[in-house]
Design a protein around this ligand. Structure first.
Ligand code: PMP
Length: 403
């Protein structure tokens, strides 16, 4: 007996929250990044040449040789204790942290999803920077949250605008990326952090602080998280990730919390995936124990800094008058606003034909997008490749005079 043939594929019922989401900007980024004929600045893709392959291989070998039976078994939802201790040790430089306050996640992306699972009801408002990290918006949106963008300037979210938005919209939480932000590369100075903390303390709204880039500093400067400011640690969920410091492929991150929410976070994590890969957790713990991560990150940051310089120098002369471009002190991204009359989405097809890709900025806005914006990651390619590709981008921009 043969199955009835049909030209139409079988259609499973799809939840309303995923309707219209057949594609995602992230999937598109990875597709662009995979094209060999295009120099892509679209994804925040670390340069694989900079991975510490030797030490990571040694860490996997050590774990399998010394803890093999445990590493290949189920673990606990909170995360393996060695990794939580390493995480607590790193965090304690800025903020006293006990390993019991750490919850391990499969990257910060899962951390954001766990937070959304644990905290959000459909219809809840989440206040985000305008612009903000688009996959965080996605993780909150599939839980039925409504994102409202709050005005930012060169120092990050504007405290007065934040307070006004809190009083108007009564959000469930505020989501911020204070250091080397994605997508803008901007960093909130200490005074601004304090002003934001004052608003959150005054209005009693919890903070989700996402910090995957903070260690990638080009100036030697370090930034304590907002969670470390007086009164903030108990009302902040602070997310860290090994993706940008060690490898995004190992998919290991963690979050720091205090109080009863720790139990809810563990239950949510268990419901999603039981626990993160035990082999990978123990390997990251071994890596952090045996390698000087700061020295590795300093080497990576030095390379990224050269590439930032190359991109900043190449892009300045090709931007139209009145355009604005950020000059990040760390992280991976540079953000350009071409100004009124430009549409970076419309221009992208021509840019790709010219062999260069970026990410149109509109998708990073929860509401009211500036369509003239683009995000360019400077970390993936060598300076000469960056200079050449930005030159070609410049030719495309020049063919699009302001309308
Ligand atoms: N938060 C921000 C702000 C990011 O830029 C990213 C990665 N692009 C993530 C979270 C997720 O990273 P991962 O899951 O690899 O830790």
């Amino acid at each position: 007996m043969s199955l009835p043939s049909s030209s139409e594929p079988y259609r499973f019922p799809v939840a309303a929250r995923y309707a219209g989401m057949e594609s995602s900007p992230l999937k598109d980024i990875f597709a662009l990044a995979a094209r060999t004929d295009v120099v892509s600045f679209a994804g925040g893709i670390p340069d694989p040449e900079l991975f510490d392959l030797e030490d990571i291989a040694a860490s996997y070998e050590w774990v399998l040789a010394n803890q093999g039976h445990r590493a290949l078994q189920y673990g606990v939802s909170e995360g393996e204790v060695e990794l939580r201790e390493q995480a607590a040790r790193r965090l304690s430089r800025d903020l006293p942290t006990d390993s019991s306050q750490i919850r391990v996640t499969s990257g910060s992306q899962e951390g954001l999803f766990v937070v959304a699972q644990a905290m959000l009801e459909p219809g809840d408002v989440v206040l985000v920077e305008s612009p903000t990290y688009l996959a965080a918006v996605q993780a909150f949106a599939v839980h039925g949250a409504r994102m409202i963008g709050v005005e930012t300037d060169d120092d990050g979210v504007v405290p007065e605008a934040l307070e006004e938005a809190i009083r108007t919209h009564h959000p469930r939480m505020v989501y911020l990326i204070p250091t080397f932000q994605n997508p803008t590369g901007r960093t909130m100075p200490v005074a601004r952090r304090q002003a934001v903390a004052d608003v959150l303390l005054r209005t009693d709204v919890p903070l989700i602080e996402d910090d995957p880039y903070g260690a990638l500093s080009f100036t030697g400067g370090t930034w304590a998280p907002i969670a470390a400011l007086p009164g903030m640690s108990e009302r902040t969920l602070l997310l860290n990730s090994m993706s940008k410091l060690m490898s995004p492929g190992v998919r290991i991150g963690w979050m720091r919390a205090e109080g009863p929410i720790l139990n809810t976070l563990a239950v949510a994590k268990a419901a999603i995936s039981m626990q993160s890969s035990v082999v990978d957790q123990l390997t990251v713990a071994r890596y952090l124990d045996s390698v000087d991560l700061d020295a590795h990150v300093a080497r990576v940051s030095a390379v990224y800094r050269e590439r930032r310089d190359a991109m900043a120098a190449a892009i300045a002369p090709v931007l139209p008058a009145g355009a604005h471009v950020t000059h990040p002190d760390g992280g991976m991204f540079l953000w350009a606003a071409l100004g009124e009359g430009y549409d970076a989405q419309v221009m992208l097809a021509e840019a790709v034909s010219a062999g260069v890709a970026y990410l149109p900025g509109w998708s990073f806005f929860a509401d009211d997008p500036d369509r003239s914006t683009m995000r360019l990651s400077f970390v993936t390619h060598a300076p000469a490749v960056i200079e050449d590709a930005i030159g070609r981008l410049g030719e495309v921009i020049a063919q699009h005079p302001r309308r």
